[in-house]
Design a protein around this ligand. Sequence first.
Ligand code: ZN
Length: 143
Amino acid sequence: MSILPHVAVGASVGYFTSNIPEAIGGGYISHLVLDFLPHWDPNVRDKNMPRWRKILYIILFLIDLSLGLGLLWLLRSDPNMMVGGFVGAFTDLDNFLHLSQKIGIKTHVTGSGWQTQVGVVYGLSSQCIVTLLALYFLYVRAL
Ligand SMILES: [Zn+2]
């Protein structure tokens, strides 16, 4: 899944934790659960991708990253939610390490089979639903 749903759900899980180690564990578990839900991620490993699509993916990534970091900033007064959201999203850093250095968590990295990828319409819809539910929860309960 993309960054914003991971931050929103990780922060929501962090709301229910009482210390930082729990928030780290909760954020990490929330990441794995979201990756297992059917979703769509752009195939960034496609070597034959047209230039316009590569640029579009970069723009979408930057928007997603900005929204995720903005949400973390909004949650800055609650360390558990902030840590849960941060770990929830940035667990994906091992994907980048795995692509370049072959370092990563075996059950999580791209190609491990853990990710449940589906078509773009269904896959983005599921991400939107998860994101909106988590944002609604954060708005009502936490912000
Ligand atoms: Zn992931």
